[in-house]
Design a protein around this ligand. Structure first.
Ligand code: AVI
Length: 300
């Protein structure tokens, strides 16, 4: 992890993987983001699930294991469990302490349902432990987190997911392209919660790598890159910064940036094509009336 982070910090332009945004505080700040008036994806997706969950449930194999990727507070799956009636619920997340807490609460709500929590970085591998069982798996990947992968990474991830389905399928939330006036405030809100989420990376890096980042040296920057169809988040140096860690250092000029996240926005037809290229069949999509967000079912 240290080597991966240092490689990114030494690159020009510097970058870090978005997974490092999610320490314990980062996960809570992300939860707060989903409540912001500007951040439309969470509530738009929730309304799609609310309206179409029975139709989605009808497409799933019987006695499936529901595998919740990036489960976080497990709230999205909790709303679907009584409709989907899976045989087992498996929650996967990189933020283990947070997951343990959430799963404890969920088990109390559904005492009869078999549950398993797995702390892992599923972006690099989807090899699940044998306790998950051999039956069909329905991977649940809501929240448009697929947008945090490049299109090449997304295709690779979808191929690996399909291979791990055991004849089940994938239910996935995808944020769609929309006007700039809606996209940019969602990643640069008036209250500054997204800025705090992004800047919280710095104390996390200090803890992980032993760097000496100072919060007061860096500001949050977010904008839509139209050519690449993605929101980019960066941290921008407010003045010259000399960064040190044990065994190394780097100078950042004033205005220089660290690229911390991409959030790709897809056209619905392009994402349907991507699912087919990854080997899924029988795709189906539900959207909201404004066409801002789509939930896809894809059969493995
Ligand atoms: C988790 N992911 C889908 C969020 C997004 O919209 O790309 C992360 C996020 N970054 C800033 N705000 C929210």
């Amino acid at each position: 992890m240290r080597a991966e982070l240092l490689q990114g910090l030494l690159a020009t332009p510097a970058f870090t993987s978005p997974k490092y945004l999610y320490d314990a505080l980062g996960s809570k700040l992300f939860e707060a983001i989903t409540e912001l008036p500007e951040y439309y994806p969470s509530r738009t997706e929730a309304a799609i699930f609310e309206a179409h969950a029975p139709a989605m449930a009808a497409l799933q194999p019987a006695r499936a294991t529901l595998v919740d990727l990036g489960a976080g507070n497990c709230e999205k799956a909790a709303r679907l469990l009584s409709i989907f009636q899976p045989q087992r619920y498996v929650a996967v997340d990189i933020s283990v302490a947070f997951l343990r807490q959430s799963l404890g609460k969920l088990q109390a709500q559904f005492p009869a349902l078999a549950m398993l929590g797995i702390g892992m970085d599923f972006s690099s591998s989807l090899t699940l432990p044998p306790q998950v069982g051999a039956g069909p798996r329905v991977f649940f990947y809501p929240g448009s987190s697929i947008g945090n992968f490049t299109p090449e990474q997304a295709l690779d991830f979808l191929r690996r997911t399909r291979a791990a389905c055991n004849g089940g399928g994938l239910l996935i939330g995808v944020d769609l392209v929309k006007p700039l006036e809606l996209l940019e405030p969602a990643y640069d809100d008036a209250l500054g919660v997204t800025a705090a989420f992004n800047r919280n990376l710095l104390p996390h890096l200090n803890q992980l790598v032993g760097t000496d980042f100072k919060l007061s040296d860096w500001q949050h920057v977010a904008f839509f890159n139209t050519e690449k169809s993605r929101i980019e988040m960066h941290l921008q140096a407010l003045q010259t910064v000399r960064l040190h860690w044990s065994g190394g250092e780097r100078r950042f000029a004033a205005g220089e940036r660290i690229h911390t996240e991409n959030s790709y926005k897809w056209r619905q037809a392009d994402f349907a094509d991507l699912l087919k290229t990854a080997g899924f069949t029988h795709t189906r999509a539900w959207t909201d009336a404004r066409g801002w967000f789509a939930v896809f079912w894809a059969q493995a």
